[in-house]
Write a protein that binds this ligand. Structure first.
Ligand code: SAH
Length: 373
């Protein structure tokens, strides 16, 4: 049993750890030592941290811990992708997905248990909101995945890293868990932790304007925005937070986020829903909307889930839609299906709440099927 009264040191970014050690009357460099032990040498036992004084080791053992999520399930697909169901100390479960593609290996991580935003085409929304993840639970997903992949001898590039990119595109709205999400991302960027470049960490948001404005200061990562409709009436329906922050305000925030940097772009995610947002007129409206925004567009074929009223647009429709916006000069990709199993992860992450056993079993059934297909 883990002792939840102990302080989980995964909850701290480097500054947080320095503060923690300052409170103990220790020097700031203790933070570096801890980060190296945990994230580089994969040592979690304070007693084994030989460059800390014996007294400090004893004190840490009594009051602190390195607590990772438990792996409740580990599903591997034929194409190398992998989905972990991770159980948290309170029994809730979340999911993280690993998606290798050549020299790139992306981990998709969750930021909340459930989600409050109620987007009509997203399965996470179906289960409502339970709670924010702690910083340790967010960075813990990356740590568990990278340790497991490394143990399996899997690396994506010559420097031996298991994970080259992280996307905050799992369960939850990361900007509604701002402090913990940004602290976890600062750890992802920290040289002593995962050392990822800021272009390789992407935060995806449904479009919370004030938090987009705060993000760059807190952690300057790549921004993806779940747009899904080129006009307010339709977006109000698909992404209800649009009623609070309509498209014009959102576009202004995106332009502010990019600022003067001509090399940067916001990625706009657009889920392709048959007969809903996928007409030629929608494509033209989208192209027009994005003319004055440094943008690239990511078309996502809809991933169905039980009880959804939506269907995926046909490949021909998606190709035609893409052609229209490309002809207008937009950089666009359609998120490729390497088997439906990878895309199945997107928008289908369910995780489980401890108190919803039936739904949990159903969801596991669905997820196993999707990953195996
Ligand atoms: N809350 C954040 C991040 C989580 S969702 C956000 O809204 O961006 C990650 C991406 O998956 C979003 O673009 C979301 O709109 C998309 N998505 C959700 N459900 C989906 C589904 N069923 N099929 C395809 N994409 C989906």
């Amino acid at each position: 049993m883990t002792d939840t009264a102990k302080i989980n040191l995964l909850d701290f970014d480097r500054q947080g750890l320095e503060n923690f050690f300052a409170d103990l009357g220790e020097k700031p460099f203790r933070a570096r030592q801890i980060l190296q032990w945990v994230y580089q040498r994969n040592v979690d036992d304070f007693a084994a941290m030989s460059d800390l004084s014996k007294a400090l080791r004893a004190r840490l053992s009594e009051t602190a811990e390195i607590r990772l999520p438990d792996v409740a399930m580990d599903q591997k697909s034929d194409d190398g992708s992998r989905k972990w169901l991770l159980q948290l100390a309170d029994g809730n479960c979340i999911e993280a997905v690993y998606i290798p593609a050549g020299e790139r290996a992306t981990l998709c991580v969750s930021s909340q248990v459930g989600c409050a935003l109620n987007c009509s085409f997203c399965s996470t929304a179906q289960q409502g909101f339970n709670r924010n993840l702690t910083t340790g639970e967010i960075i813990g997903q990356v740590l568990v995945a990278s340790r497991q992949l490394t143990a399996d001898g899997i690396s994506c590039n010559e420097n031996g890293r298991a994970i080259s990119n992280v996307v905050m595109m799992g369960m939850g709205e990361p900007l509604l868990n701002f402090d913990n999400a940004t602290a976890a991302m600062r750890l992802m960027l920290d040289d002593l932790v995962f050392g990822l470049s800021k272009r390789r960490v992407t935060l995806s948001t449904s479009g919370l304007v004030p938090e987009i404005d705060r993000l760059r200061e807190a952690c300057d990562v790549a921004l993806a925005v779940s747009l899904h409709a080129p006009e307010d009436a339709l977006r109000d329906e698909l992404v209800p937070i649009n009623r609070k922050y309509p498209i014009k305000e959102l576009m202004d925030a995106c332009r502010r986020y990019i600022g003067e940097d001509t090399r940067r772009r916001v990625t706009f995610e657009y889920v392709m829903l048959d007969g809903v947002n996928d007409s030629d007129a929608h494509a033209r409206a989208l192209a027009k909307l994005l003319r004055n925004v440094p943008a690239k567009v990511n078309l996502i074929p809809f991933n169905p889930f039980p009880s959804t009223r939506y269907q995926r647009s046909s490949p021909e429709r998606i190709a035609r839609f893409q052609q229209i916006i490309v002809d207008d000069g937009l950089v666009t990709i359609t998120r490729k299906t390497r088997g439906d199993d990878i895309d199945a992860a997107c928008g289908q992450l369910a995780g489980q709440f401890q108190d919803r056993t039936r739904r949990r079993l159903r969801n596991i059934g669905v997820d196993v099927q999707d990953v195996a297909s």
